[in-house]
Design a protein around this ligand. Sequence first.
Ligand code: C2E
Ligand code: MG
Ligand code: MG
Length: 711
Amino acid sequence: MSAEPDGPEDRLRRFATIWSRAVFPVTSTSLTRPELEEQLLPLARRLSEALHTRTLDADEGRAVGAALVAAHCTDPEALSRTLDCVDAYLVLYCGEDGDQEELRVRAARLQHAMAAGFAQALRERTLAEQEAISAAALQAQGVVAQALHASEARFRAVFEGAAIGIGMADLDGNILQVNGALLRMFGLSEQNLRSRNVKEWTHPEDAPQTWTLYEELVRGEREHYHLEKAFYRPDGTVLWTNLTVSLLRDADGEPQYQLALMEDTTERRLLNLRLRYEATHDALTGLPNRTFFFERLEKALGAGKGQRFGLCYLDLDGFKTVNDSLGHSAGDRLLVEVADRLQACTTAPGEMVARLGGDEFVALTTGPDTEREVDELAARIMNALVAPISIDGRELTVRGSIGIVEGPAGERGPAEVLRSADITMYRAKSAGGNRFELADEEADARAITRHGLTTALPAALDRGEFFIEYQPLVHLGDGSVRGAEALVRWLHPQHGVLGPDRFIPLAEHTGLIVPLGRWVLEQSVRQAREWRERYDDAGPLRINVNLSPCQLTHPGLVQDTVDILERAGVEPDALCLEVTESALIGADDDLLKPLRRLAEMGVDIALDDFGTGYSNLANLRRLPVSILKLDRSFTQSMQQFPADPVDLKIVEGIVSLAHSLDLAVTVEGVETGAQAEQLRILGCDTAQGWYYARPGPPERLHELALVDATG
Ligand code: C2E
Ligand code: MG
Ligand code: MG
């Protein structure tokens, strides 16, 4: 039978022993301590099992709480000790094989469920007790009517022995008799109490109907009423009770006495307040937490006409660095100090500050005049952060970024307001931090679509929402189509066709550019093979594909490209990769290595948007580049006639330098015949632009190339 030393059964038993030792002194049972332990053991087992079920069963916790009441552990202190015991020992003795973090969370939730079950059972038990006493009192009515000091044995026994307070008064409120429990609750002697009148016992927190119900009862218009009521004790402290008052009638049915039954709920109230406090406050800083803040914001936003709100959303700049370099405990102390300073900034009525989590705080101001107040509040907060914070002998400078949202109540919900504040805070951060910014609906809308697009990107690739358009590259000398540039588009289910400027930066930011870029390369290379197979007599058509800077540093670039070309059966010289000039400015050899490898294999590398990055022309020699793509801005300056002679000279200079370095020159953005002619005279080799064709489906190139070949 006996478990192995230190087996789970042993540890469970030890937990039950500790538990029984903790609560035994405050129970009102006739059991011995070991007998109590036997009663607690099955409860301990239930807790242990609940701790290990994947989805925590709160009913189990509530059942254990109720079982405590059944075992006569009804004193609130017994609950308090039980919770402490579960907190300190349950995971220790019953949770050695499991994720400790997870088990602690479950143990905390079990405690809440136990407290709820305990309170519920206690309330039910008291009601049952009150009912029994009322029944006994009613049975004894005849006797009570004859003699004030009722001699009916059964009534007396219940009256004196009851754990709840009982008092009797006449219809004018003069107290006639009370039991021991009631005296103990009030901390009064019987003598003191008997000279009192019920109607003296008002308290500021009396519910509005308290005294109307009383009047109705003594007039004989109601038989009983039930209330939560507070009383002052002679020492000034407050006693909270569950109060039931019943009317006692004489043999003829005439109202004669009132009987009050009261249960002391003071401790339970305190416990509830503590639980509520813990659920609504941040343990580290003591500030209200996100839950509490949401409640308050909701209330502020639901306020009536003429009421406004102002919200400051603060995020510390560079807090992660503090945490990483000085450790979490230093980080925690910094947060506590920041919390104290923020608290000092929000002292006016209608103002509050809360911690949302991590290094994010919010301050709220409400009232009719928040337009001015919220600016002042933000300025006070920035000011409060100016003085350095001293931690471990170091003086840390703290900076923060604040997003401000201000507006009339009744227009927006809390989630929307908080999101707007969050977005605005990020705007302040990306403008360099250490500042506050005011929310602006347009900026919000932009950020929200940006956010929406970013989150939709990965699924878009899986769902095949991207497609490629091709724009022909034309030889300036003979006008023949030499190839095309692949330009990616996104057919978004809501926003329609989006150009690359809308989503390429987001894809770069999230890293999706690597799989997306690979997909573009694959499609384009396959397209090139198709062209080559069908229109070989039109001269070998080539495909230009854009590469993002992130793709350049991706280790798989060379291998992926080789694989794609091989799988499609396309020669490397059919492919040209376009890299922007800015991506290569100051590039070191490591960055250039993969490009060089590709160039050695025969892939052309073009320097895209050339002329926008102010690169050192002498540098061109170092780069594994064979084509310069002159930026559209050069072409644009040739639109007016006659073209600016200086611009012409510059282009002429670039072209001759490029040619002397053995680089071909392509121009972008050719929109008119005059431009094309000018660029041809200046010596450019190929051109691209609306004059020839806008980017379009691959079939369009078939037509152009075909016309070209036959015409
Ligand atoms: P880019 O490589 O410089 O592409 C040329 C851009 O100029 C294209 O814009 C094209 O539609 C536009 N364009 C062509 N001819 C004319 C003209 O005559 N006049 C004017 N005003 N514009 C003209 P698009 O398609 O919006 O592409 C913008 C940029 O997006 C591209 O600039 C390229 O850097 C990037 N991009 C496009 N596709 C991809 C891709 O698959 N991967 C990567 N990484 N970037 C891409
Ligand atoms: Mg390009
Ligand atoms: Mg370009």
